[in-house]
Design a binder for this molecule. Sequence first.
Ligand SMILES: [Zn+2]
Length: 84
Amino acid sequence: MRAMLGLSITKIIFTVLVVFLVWRLFSWIRQNRLKHSNRQNDLGGSDHGATLEPQDTAQCAVCQAYVPVGTGNCGREDCPYPLS
Ligand SMILES: [Zn+2]
């Protein structure tokens, strides 16, 4: 009886641990993604970009980042556009 109780407690602890680790992993991924997009926004508005300048920009279809027309590559590692 005591052995069964011990086993179930171990199971519960293990389950809680797994759930905790998965939750930590997901929050870490979400935070990482948020940080990444924030960095992209900083790059886009680097030229004192308080106002939207009538500059020709094109949205990168994959990265969703706005880049000046002709540049193509938005600077991301996984950007499919080649650096010109
Ligand atoms: Zn891109």
